[in-house]
Ligand binder design. Structure first.
Ligand SMILES: Cc1ncc(COP(=O)(O)O)c(C=O)c1O
Length: 487
């Protein structure tokens, strides 16, 4: 007998709370805990448990970890009559939902805005909405949301200043797909071109170069994480005979650094690449924040860029991964092929495309609009400054780039703490990305816990800040040497 008491409540709850993370928490006994779950829920293919679980968590590279998998069990012949299976599944889902509420409360490290309420869209979950094919060409499949998709694309084209009759774009599955598409368009425009990307670019950019077998040149970065245009110039001059395809970061993954687009363009022109370059702007996170920061340089198609992409589940706050890709219409004809089976044109990376995502985006854009996003960006930047200042006050090395809400600081020594707050770490540093759902109250809880725990991570409670000058700059480092220099 598995959880039949909660079955009805859980199903009702799941529908009522669709997309609303602020729903009332369930009682404590329903917290999802794979360790405590029934054996049937918990048993790994490899029979993991206890100490084995810990080991399998530690080693993830090159190994499939099945430790917390929920086995699919075949229905018994009499399940339908007893209702046992429905009750069992409802209880699993209720526990899972409770765990999501908990995890949402303690999430700080990834750039996802978890503050939303899409209750009004619950009525659409019963439809298999698929926008396969080109957003601008009706295919034979009628259960689509192209009208929403094109509305959203028009909004983004306006934001990035490209006329309706001059742009092409689509709603992607994520920022990665936007990068894969943008770089592919660049490769089609310049088939022999070399891909240039700063070494702090997202891994999807280097994945694109491997997938498309493109020659790729990694460019150095400044300590802020921005592309180093002196190094860029040197590398361009070494490869003058081939056109350049450049990935420009509008917010790097780890440090939130914004590459200087104007300087990149100037460097290309000075090196003799005029009309022989294609720029893709990876704006996964800040592509939608920068337009609302007054003093930020502009990402616009009035400059000689080829494409821009953003993620829809980051700052915008869609509950499923998605993104937006916009490019110039003139580029897309080289890439696309007609497909008779669809009665449409194939110019996207994927075939079937999530038709729900454009509706979520459309809904948010309508609710918040330009002004709403502006307010949220300002709040994020204010809260990010608050976090950086309080970390520094506590003697913790921390950095915040000028246009960014990504606060980079010394990596906490305790992995348990890192996991609890779901911090993203790289080498000696960790970061918190301040999104609209990250309030001052939440930051205070985090900071107090960090300061309190930190004193227990060092012998005799004598906290010694590690040197992170190479990662975030001497002026931001709180180690003994650099702190004393700063005074
Ligand atoms: C700079 C940058 N580009 C691309 C991506 C990929 O975005 P997604 O996770 O939506 O595929 C990320 C993700 O964090 C990112 O930080």
């Amino acid at each position: 007998m598995v959880g039949s008491v909660v079955a009805a409540a859980a199903v009702g709850d799941a529908l009522e709370g669709f997309g609303n993370v602020k729903a009332d928490p369930l009682p404590e006994e329903f917290v999802f805990d794979p360790e405590a779950a029934p054996a049937a829920l918990n048993d790994a293919e490899n029979g993991a448990g206890g100490a084995e679980d810990e080991r399998s968590k530690a080693v993830v590279l090159g190994r499939n970890v099945h430790a917390s998998c929920l086995d699919v069990t075949e229905p018994d012949a009499d399940d339908e009559e007893t209702g046992e299976r429905e009750a069992y599944m409802a209880s699993v889902l209720a526990k899972y939902r409770k765990s999501l509420v908990e995890k949402t409360k303690h999430h700080l490290g990834y750039p996802y805005n978890l503050d939303f309420d899409y209750g009004a869209l619950a009525q659409l979950q019963h439809f298999s909405i698929n926008n396969l094919g080109d957003p601008f060409i009706e295919s034979n499949y009628g259960v689509h949301s192209r009208q929403f998709e094109v509305g959203v694309l028009d909004w983004f084209a306006r934001l990035w200043e490209l006329e309706k009759d001059q742009y092409w774009g689509y709603i992607t599955n994520c920022g990665t797909e936007g990068n894969l598409h943008g770089i592919l368009v660049g490769r089609e425009v310049f088939p022999d071109g070399i891909l240039y990307a700063s070494k702090e670019s997202h891994y999807s950019v280097f994945k694109a170069s491997r997938m498309y077998r493109m020659e790729c040149v990694k460019v150095g970065t400044l300590v802020t994480g921005e592309i180093d245009c002196a190094d860029f110039e040197k590398k361009l001059l070494e490869n003058k005979e081939k056109a350049a395809i450049i990935n420009v970061n509008i917010g790097t993954t780890v440090k939130g650094a914004v590459d200087d687009l104007d300087l990149v363009i100037k460097t290309l022109e000075n090196c003799g690449f005029k009309d022989r370059f294609y720029i893709h702007c990876d704006g996964a996170l800040f592509g939608l924040m920068m337009p609302f920061v007054k003093r930020a340089p502009k990402v616009t198609f009035k400059k000689p860029i080829g494409s821009v992409s953003v993620s829809g589940h980051k700052f915008v706050g869609c509950p499923m991964p998605c993104g937006v890709q916009i490019t110039r219409l003139e580029h897309i004809n080289t890439l696309s092929r007609n497909v008779e089976y669809l009665a449409s044109r194939d110019a996207t990376i994927m075939g079937s495309r999530n038709g729900h995502a454009p509706i979520f985006l459309w809904y948010t854009l309508n609710r918040k609009g330009y002004r709403g996003f502006q307010k949220e960006v300002q709040k994020c930047l204010r809260n990010a400054h608050y976090l950086k200042d309080r970390l520094r006050d506590a003697g913790i090395g921390a950095m915040l780039n000028e246009l960014s809400s990504t606060v980079v600081f010394e990596r906490p020594l305790d992995e348990e703490f890192v996991r609890r707050w779901q911090l993203a770490c790289q080498g000696n540093i960790a970061h918190v990305v301040v999104m609209p759902n990250v309030t001052i109250e939440k930051l205070d809880v985090f900071l107090n816990e960090l300061v309190q725990k930190r004193s227990t991570w060092y012998p005799d409670g004598k906290v010694q800040s590690p040197c992170v000058a190479a990662d975030i700059g001497e002026e931001n480092c709180a180690c003994v040497l650099h702190k004393s220099r700063a005074i």
